[in-house]
Design a protein around this ligand. Structure first.
Ligand code: PMP
Ligand code: GLN
Length: 389
């Protein structure tokens, strides 16, 4: 028996493929993005206390009130935008669910959705599932390893049509580490004034921006916030990717539609973790030091890679950096990444996996992504294996 697939071009996500390959070959996994250390003991204690105190049944559909209030307070303190916890904030099963339900709620068959390439692998399948058409705009590739990938807003403008429903942005950007600046926000505001599309902004790495730069997300300007859904994740901020808790915020007229999909996707999200996070996240010191914590790890890995044949690119954010392997091989990124795991015991993600056509020439620039959310020993072990190549 076989059925006509709704997603004929989709295989297993690259993160699972590479993690499985890493496990099979006992490789050090710097591929899939997850920390190899535990969250704060206090967060674990708050969670077990919440379980013991009886928070084990269904929480309210949009998330427990105290967590929604903590999210509202945090956003208004950091970015100045006031979201109503009752009508404009929903706690979700990771950013993944938030992105999926936002796209299902907003995109109708035939709608176009502009996506910036390279992109996180969920966006295009989610658009296709909704019957929408992805319209890809490639980022400008940096000339030197110190420069950053950038969004060309003229290209974004050219991609807009009367069918454009949504623009998906990701800032800070996985995998390039790009962050939006004020000129980017000006350009976006300008486009929103002229075209009636919405913005879905994936900001899961909002607290991991280096060199004391601010996070300029959609909540930092009222005009942008009024047309945007902003998505974030506790997984990245608190080293709990396996807990799968995130959230989205949006004006109530959008959130009303998103909640219709949320309630029939998961209904609600695990209760003890929500209770614990509501208490934990209310304390700013739990996320204030995250950027410098990861900046040190970025510098450590970049320095280590610079003494191998890899050429690291400067990452301005996230817990990833790109590195060029031209001095080692001219194979495609996916072939190189697999060989590195199988033959040399270090797992990375090919940058080409973040493109719609991973085997195309334009997606293959001899770049792979390293995750540095690791203990120093893990990075040392990986660097020792790479040093002999
Ligand atoms: N968006 C981006 C850009 C990500 O990198 C990730 C996961 N690393 C997600 C969304 C999904 O987040 P979550 O694990 O909270 O579902
Ligand atoms: N976002 C993570 C990454 O980029 C992976 C998440 C996943 O495996 N779904 O590596």
């Amino acid at each position: 028996m076989s059925i006509e697939s709704k997603l004929p071009n989709v295989g297993t996500t690259i993160f699972t493929v590479m993690s499985q390959l890493a496990a099979e070959h006992n490789a050090i996994n710097l591929g899939q993005g997850f920390p190899d250390f535990n969250p704060d003991e206090r967060l674990i204690s708050l969670t077990t206390e919440a379980m013991k105190n009886g928070h084990n049944q269904y929480p309210p559909m949009p998330g427990i009130a105290s967590l929604r209030h903590a999210i509202a307070t945090k956003i208004s303190t950091l970015y100045g935008q006031h979201y109503n916890p009752d009508t404009e904030i929903t706690v979700t099963a990771g950013a993944t669910e938030a992105l999926m339900i936002s796209i299902q709620a907003l995109v109708k068959p035939g709608d176009e959705v502009v996506v910036i390439e390279p992109m996180y692998d969920l966006y295009v399948p989610a658009i296709e599932l909704a019957g929408g058409k992805p319209v890809l705009v490639q980022m400008t590739v940096p000339d030197t390893p110190e420069a950053s990938y950038r969004i060309d807003w003229n290209k974004v403008e050219d991609a807009l049509t009367e069918k454009t429903r949504l623009l998906i942005l990701n800032t800070p950007h996985n995998p390039t580490g790009m962050t939006l600046n004020n000129a980017d926000l000006d350009a976006l505001e300008n486009l929103l004034e002229r075209s009636p599309f919405f913005v879905l902004s994936d900001e899961v790495y909002e607290h991991i921006i280096f060199e004391n730069k601010p996070h300029l997300g959609m909540s930092s300007r009222p005009k942008l916030a009024s047309r945007s859904i902003v998505v974030s994740s506790f997984g990245k901020t608190y080293h709990i990717t396996g807990w799968k808790i995130g959230y989205c915020v949006a004006p109530s007229y959008l959130m009303k539609e998103i909640r219709k999909v949320h309630q029939f996707t998961v209904f609600t999200v695990t209760s003890p973790m929500q209770v614990a996070l509501a208490q934990y996240a209310a304390d700013e010191s739990t996320f204030n030091g995250l950027a410098s914590f990861y900046e040190e790890k970025r510098d450590y890995l970049a320095k280590g890679l610079a003494s191998t044949k890899f050429v690291p690119y400067k990452s301005n954010s996230t817990f990833f950096l790109l590195a060029n392997y031209k001095n080692l091989s001219h194979e495609s990124e996916s072939t190189f990444a697999k060989k590195l795991t199988i033959e040399h015991g270090v797992t990375v993600i090919p940058l080409s996996a973040f493109y719609m056509h991973p085997e195309s020439k334009s997606a293959n620039n001899h770049l792979v992504r390293f995750c540095f959310a690791k203990q120093p020993q893990t990075l040392d072990n990986a660097l020792a294996r790479l040093a002999v190549l």
